[in-house]
Design a binder for this molecule. Structure first.
Ligand SMILES: NC(=O)c1ccc[n+]([C@@H]2O[C@H](COP(=O)([O-])OP(=O)(O)OC[C@H]3O[C@@H](n4cnc5c(N)ncnc54)[C@H](OP(=O)(O)O)[C@@H]3O)[C@@H](O)[C@H]2O)c1
Length: 334
């Protein structure tokens, strides 16, 4: 495959202290960091972390100018390793991609071979990016919950942030594999959407966040997939049935967890931390195989908005304003 002289990338630059601009610029392959594999990005996706990186959040990206994009699916364009050959379809998510390594918001990336996953045959690049980091995290959460012994017959699973990227995919997968899902609806009424993606019951954010301070609440949930943290995660843990498992991956509501030990020592609740970024490669490959086979969502189009590279900036703004639903994928080829 011939490498291009130039390609396009979204570049975030600091113009004045704490003021950042985003523009599409021409880049050269030599501008990319060192690495074993050059990938032509066909699709990328939009995640909460990308928005942080695109707005100058130094906790995500330390150095600017920078090209965000924690997800990429495409074709190997050049490789110095036997493991990947030009033309191979691949997925790159997690590790340092898009954080301090130029990411999927550019038409080419160059990364270490250890970050690259072969794209399963039953997924297209666009489908792989509907999942992306959000879908991978949702799947890793579901996998951990199942591994800890929660079965469909045990009762309802509560999913928070259910209209978001991680939550939507968690609701969809759980519903597809036979779990009864209760979804937490946010500020705007998204009942129709949540029902369409498989939620059986829906509760409001107010119901989901108990601030009474009682250490234990009525036993409702056999499991929980939490993406928001704070009072909602604490309430979920206090409202579980005996032996439930709750996963925790995000902090959009709060990084605090106002709890005491009673749910753990009186109900045997398990709280499972989810980190997609450094998930070991053997588990990562297993999860992608699940996504591409028995967990593949039948209504991917319901949760997906596809946009062009030129529309990426508008989509970042939408997510910044909290008006983003499901998953947005970006077609990176002209
Ligand atoms: N640990 C990991 O490996 C990992 C990987 C990926 C993502 N994450 C984290 O997971 C979280 C979700 O990511 P995402 O991509 O799904 O984000 P997203 O698409 O922006 O979705 C966020 C969801 O949270 C809800 N929400 C927002 N503010 C809330 C609040 N104050 N209280 C309750 N719910 C609230 C939103 O609903 P409304 O807008 O309707 O309120 C929406 O459903 C983020 O914290 C992200 O950093 C972690």
């Amino acid at each position: 495959m011939t490498l291009p002289d130039e390609f396009k990338a979204l570049v975030v630059a600091e113009t004045q202290e704490n003021q950042y601009t985003r523009s599409i610029a021409q880049k050269k392959i030599d501008d990319l960091p060192e690495g074993d594999v050059v990938v032509q990005v066909l699709y990328t996706s939009l995640n909460y972390k990308d928005v942080l990186s695109a707005t100058g959040n130094r906790g995500v990206s330390r150095n600017y100018p920078h090209t965000p994009g924690i997800d990429a699916a495409g074709i190997v364009a050049d490789s110095t390793t036997e493991a990947f050959k030009p033309g191979d379809p691949v997925i790159v998510t997690s590790y340092d991609l898009g954080m301090n390594t130029a990411g999927g918001f550019g038409q080419y990336i160059r990364v270490p071979a250890g970050w690259v996953v072969s794209q399963p045959q039953s997924l297209t690049a666009a489908e792989a990016m509907v999942y992306g980091t959000a879908g991978f995290t949702a799947s890793l959460s579901v996998w951990n919950m199942i591994e800890s012994g929660v079965a469909p017959d045990d009762g309802d699973i509560l999913v928070s942030g259910a209209t978001g990227g991680v939550g939507s995919i968690a609701v969809s997968i759980l519903s597809k594999i036979g779990y009864s899902v209760t979804a937490i609806n946010g500020v705007v009424d998204e009942t129709d959407y949540l029902n369409e993606i498989g939620a059986k019951h829906i509760i409001s954010i107010d119901e989901a966040g108990d601030t009474s301070g009682r250490p234990l609440l009525k036993s409702l949930w056999a499991g929980g997939i939490d993406t928001v943290g704070g009072d909602i995660l604490a309430t979920t843990i206090r409202s579980t049935k005996y032996g439930a498992a709750v996963t925790c991956c995000g902090n959009v509501a709060s990084a605090d967890l106002p709890l005491n030990v009673y749910p753990f020592i009186l109900r045997g609740v398990r709280l499972i931390g989810i980190d997609s970024q450094n998930c070991p490669m053997p588990i990562r490959q297993k999860i992608w195989q699940k996504i591409a086979s028995e967990w593949k969502i039948d209504w991917l189009q319901t949760i997906t908005t596809e946009a062009s590279f030129d529309e990426l900036n508008d989509k970042i703004e939408l997510m910044l304003q909290g008006k983003h639903i499901g998953r947005t994928i970006i077609k990176m080829v002209d």
